[in-house]
Design a protein around this ligand. Sequence first.
Ligand code: FES
Length: 72
Amino acid sequence: MYVCICRSITDRQIRRAVDQGARTLQEVQQRLPLADCCGRCGPTARKLIRDCAAGTDSVPEPAFCPGAAFAG
Ligand code: FES
């Protein structure tokens, strides 16, 4: 599922970054452009990173981004 709507970054991409050693949002941002637009995904991303690193992984709620356009 998408965690960062602005940058189309999924929970799988974040989990992969954690598997590769990232432990903070800043470390994930060295690999992915996560939370660098509206920033609304930041809290969800931090929780996912923390839970993945601790082995208590859970599926995050999607971030709402008012700047994202949805085609219908
Ligand atoms: S920067 Fe991630 S949802 Fe906007």
